[in-house]
Design a protein around this ligand. Structure first.
Ligand code: ATP
Ligand code: IP8
Length: 257
């Protein structure tokens, strides 16, 4: 009885698997299979209530940029291109959900283009799956509303979910160790920031993909801290760090409060 009440009260955690981790962002529709398997294994070791999100990686950004879908606009005349990208990200999602289930995570996909159908997302399917003990999985997608299309990033979905579910924590897995003072891929001397207050983050444009890359993420995180106790950026290419984080151990990361 006590266990049942505790489970009901238990707050949810949100984890976003970055597209730069699970796919090779430079190669169209290329999944980093071994890494995905390891990450799913680590995720399965954590029994807390959770919602997963993943980025689109090379299943979304390459064609979205090629077709010019990064700018929102009228659906009319763009149907084939929109459907192509939605189909590609759904393919990535199936691969991820399949791998999660193979490792024992009771993951069920919730396609964002279905729940973002009006001014406000309808998160009832997410809530209902959580209540039944499943792990909902959402992802960066293209949403269609009022005759217009718009790309929605996993980071934006993380913010909307935070507003709705007030998660205990939101974890972003990306392909670098955390947030740096400069892009670590372009500056050898970039320094990792282990912890930072959200109001100290200044968002500099780092536009290299269809949804604003790290700048887009930081813009969302700055708002997210109002709804979640802890926001963490971790290197998803080192799955053992996520394992340490789950076990409450110290690990290399950026904690944003
Ligand atoms: P996706 O949006 O496809 O899910 P993602 O969430 O894994 O991808 P990106 O949007 O690709 O992550 O952002 C991560 C990249 O941001 C890193 O590879 C890094 O090169 C770049 N970057 C730019 N500025 C910074 C910074 N100040 N600190 C850390 N990374 C940065
Ligand atoms: O990878 C982008 O989502 P993200 C979605 O989470 C598309 O930024 C379709 C490019």
């Amino acid at each position: 009885m006590i266990l049942i009440i505790w489970r009901k009260l238990q707050r949810v955690n949100v984890i976003k698997l970055g597209g730069s981790v699970i796919t090779d962002k430079a190669n169209y529709r290329k999944v980093n299979q071994a890494l995905l398997r390891n990450l799913c294994e680590v995720i399965s070791s954590n029994k807390e209530k959770k919602i997963l999100i993943h980025g689109a990686g090379s299943f979304g950004h390459i064609l979205a940029l090629k077709f010019g879908l990064d700018k929102p606009g009228p659906i009319k005349g763009r149907e084939a291109e929109i459907a192509r990208v939605i189909s590609d990200v759904l393919t990535l999602d199936s691969e991820i959900v399949d791998e999660l289930n193979a490792k024992g995570v009771k993951a069920i996909s919730v396609p964002p283009h279905v729940i973002y159908n009006s001014n406000k997302p309808d998160f009832k399917p997410v809530q209902s799956l959580l209540r039944k003990g499943f792990v909902p999985v959402l992802y960066g997608d293209i949403i269609l509303f009022n005759g217009k299309y718009r790309i929605i990033s996993g980071d934006e979905i993380a913010l909307d979910l935070s507003r709705k579910f007030r998660p205990e924590s939101v974890v972003f897995l990306t392909d670098v160790d955390g947030l740096y003072d400069r892009d670590p891929k372009k500056n050898k001397n970039a320094k990792l920031i282990p912890s930072i207050k959200s109001k100290m983050i200044s968002v500099v444009d780092t536009d290299t993909d269809a949804t604003g890359s790290m700048a887009g993420k930081m813009e969302r995180i700055k708002k997210m801290v109002a709804y979640s106790r802890r926001v963490v950026v971790l290197n998803g290419k080192k799955p053992e760090r996520l394992g340490r984080y789950f076990r409450g151990m110290e690990t290399i990361s950026t904690v944003i409060t």
